[in-house]
Design a protein around this ligand. Structure first.
Ligand code: MTE
Length: 337
């Protein structure tokens, strides 16, 4: 990453709560959801409220998406005994180089991104290629809230309540051919609305590209997200559609996706192309394989401060080993970092 100074599940299904019960809970819940351990969160329904989480900016989702968000299966996956990162931190400390290289740039600049209308192209080794309006693209899928750890390769981390659906569901719909071995994701390229793409100093060969092996994409933890904190994705977090792969470093979770291709060869990904010795294709969170310029053994859980940096040990596969370790049986993860 363009770091100036490198510094340092439980799965459970939950139903929507009846509205009366939800309304009485809201009176109690009041101010600080952020201080709750994710597993201690009650069940609720969104009803007509903007969000159940404290300090969330009102959303501006189109009517069709609001309806879908309301029917979310809340807390389908949570983390135990870890506080959800406050919304303000999750939306003002971002990496989205299309909008600048400072952590605050995406929140300042991403207002220019026009997310409606939005369409997604599915192509390559699939039985059902096509270009879909986002509304139609997500129509077949039940949205779920997935409260996941996010571990950036820069050694900071957060806990984010995403809303999305498993990529495996999409793959069932589009019918990969037998030649499909990888899935490639591409971000919008639009220098007019993305100042980082106009900058002559950018190291990145746009558009931003990421990829997964097909069996990784089929893992139930890998999702495409359309929302977070009970509302649609803010632009700086990758609206209107982004990847979330919680056992991998955050740079795999490509934002503002416009194209999804099933391919036979391992795709050339953005950070690997910039510095292959620092950023691998797999990018699994691994505390035993350091980045050449800093340790990956621990991380700063945000928010923190200079005097209280909130350091914690990094877990193998970001704590999701039970669900994903078998994907890498027999692989040397020091070579395939
Ligand atoms: N996707 C695009 N298109 N451009 C980016 O610069 N940054 C990545 C990833 N997805 C990035 C991107 C990195 S490095 C991280 S850590 C996560 O987004 C950060 O996601 P967040 O800002 O929502 O926390």
């Amino acid at each position: 990453m363009l770091i100036k100074s490198p510094s340092a599940s439980d799965c459970k299904e939950s139903d929507v709560t009846p509205e009366a019960l939800y309304l009485s809970r809201r009176a109690v819940l009041g101010a600080t959801f952020a201080g709750f351990a994710a597993s201690a969160l009650p069940r609720w329904s969104l009803a007509d409220e903007v969000s159940q989480y404290a300090g969330v900016d009102p959303g501006a989702a189109p009517a069709w998406l609001k309806t879908r968000l309301t029917a979310t299966r809340w807390q389908a996956v949570t983390v135990k005994d870890e506080a959800i990162t406050p919304y303000k931190d999750a939306t003002h400390y971002n990496n989205f180089y299309e909008f600048g290289t400072d952590k605050g740039d995406p929140a300042l600049n991403a207002g220019s991104l026009k997310t409606e209308p939005w369409s997604v192209v599915i192509d390559g080794e699939v039985g059902k290629p096509g270009r879909y309006a986002l509304e139609d693209f997500i129509k077949p899928y039940q949205l779920e809230e997935r409260i996941y750890r996010l571990r950036c390769v820069e050694a900071w981390s957060m806990v984010i309540p995403w809303i999305g659906f498993p990529i495996s569901e999409l793959l069932k719909q589009v019918e990969p051919t037998s030649s499909a071995k990888y899935i490639r994701f591409e971000t919008l390229q639009d220098p007019q609305s993305m100042p980082g793409q106009r900058s002559g100093f950018a190291l990145i060969d746009w558009p931003y590209v990421e990829g997964l092996r097909l069996d990784e994409a089929m893992n139930p933890l890998a999702i495409l997200a359309v929302g977070m904190y009970g509302r649609e994705l803010p632009n700086q977090n990758g609206a209107p559609l982004r990847l979330v792969v919680p056992w991998k470093y955050g740079f795999k979770s490509v934002k503002s996706i416009v194209r999804i291709s099933l391919v036979s060869e391992q795709p050339k990904t953005t950070w690997q192309s910039i510095a292959a010795n620092e950023y691998g294709f797999y990018a699994n969170v691994n505390p035993t394989v350091d980045h050449p310029r800093w340790t990956q053994a621990h991380e700063r859980r945000l928010p923190g401060s200079l005097f209280s940096p909130n350091i914690r040990q990094t877990e193998m596969f970001n704590g999701y080993g039970e669900q994903v370790a078998s994907l890498y049986t027999g692989m040397d993860l020091r070579k395939n970092y």
